[in-house]
Design a protein around this ligand. Structure first.
Ligand SMILES: O=C(O)c1ccccc1N[C@@H]1O[C@H](COP(=O)(O)O)[C@@H](O)[C@H]1O
Length: 199
């Protein structure tokens, strides 16, 4: 089970996620209580070993803004939320980063349909911490896809069993308040996701 921990802002939480075995770590570079500057993302990403994917999260920025912030932050992946046309993904190909498309259950659920490398199937309001009917997408997404939206250490096993994703992605569920991560919750989430025995 591939696990991404998103919305990290402090070195101690980056360290906790890496040490607990996260596959990917996200930095939010868009409007959010979790927002960090590209410079801060670069500082945090510089401490992450190369086997862990560093991801910059965007929602609504132009391709030019995404490109600039990605280069500035030095991350290895870009995650785009919202109604981006295929061309926006194609335009980022030359950056050589992993492209992640994030959308709701009504989006095209074929990973790669927009030339992306990974797909996230998320709640209607990304980053809200609101659980949704994960079972509604069971059997529908194709390829490498992560389930997100309202996951936490206590429900991630149920969510995996309901949707059977390739991976899971969490932000609010490993926080004690919006934007405030908790190392213990990060460890518990990774432990619970891995204990499902899938992959
Ligand atoms: O985390 C945010 O603030 C955010 C803002 C805008 C777009 C995406 C955002 N995060 C993504 O939302 C899910 C996590 O949701 P949840 O908080 O666990 O319910 C994940 O894909 C984040 O990358």
């Amino acid at each position: 089970m591939y696990v991404k921990i998103c919305g990290l802002r402090e070195p101690e939480h980056v360290m906790a996620a890496v040490e607990a075995g996260a596959d990917a770590i996200g930095f939010v570079l868009t409007r959010s209580s979790r927002r960090v500057t590209p410079a801060r993302a670069r500082e945090l990403a510089s401490t992450v070993p190369s086997h862990v994917l560093t991801v910059a999260v965007f929602a609504g920025e132009t391709s030019h803004e995404v490109r600039q912030a990605t280069l500035e932050s030095g991350v290895r992946a870009v995650q785009l939320h919202g109604d981006h046309p295929h061309e926006d993904f194609t335009a980022l190909k030359d950056l050589g980063v992993t492209l992640v498309r994030a959308g709701g259950a009504a989006a095209d659920l074929r990973c790669g349909a927009f030339d992306e490398d990974l797909l996230i199937v998320d709640a209607p309001r990304p980053g809200s911490g609101q659980p949704w009917d994960w079972s509604a997408v069971r059997g529908r997404p194709r390829g490498r896809w992560m389930l997100a939206g309202g996951l936490d250490p206590s429900n991630v096993a149920e969510a995996i069993s309901a949707a059977e994703p390739w991976g899971v992605d969490v932000s609010s569920g490993v926080e004690t308040a919006p934007g405030v991560k908790d190392s213990g919750l990060i460890r518990s989430f990774l432990d619970a996701a891995r204990r499902t025995g899938r992959g």
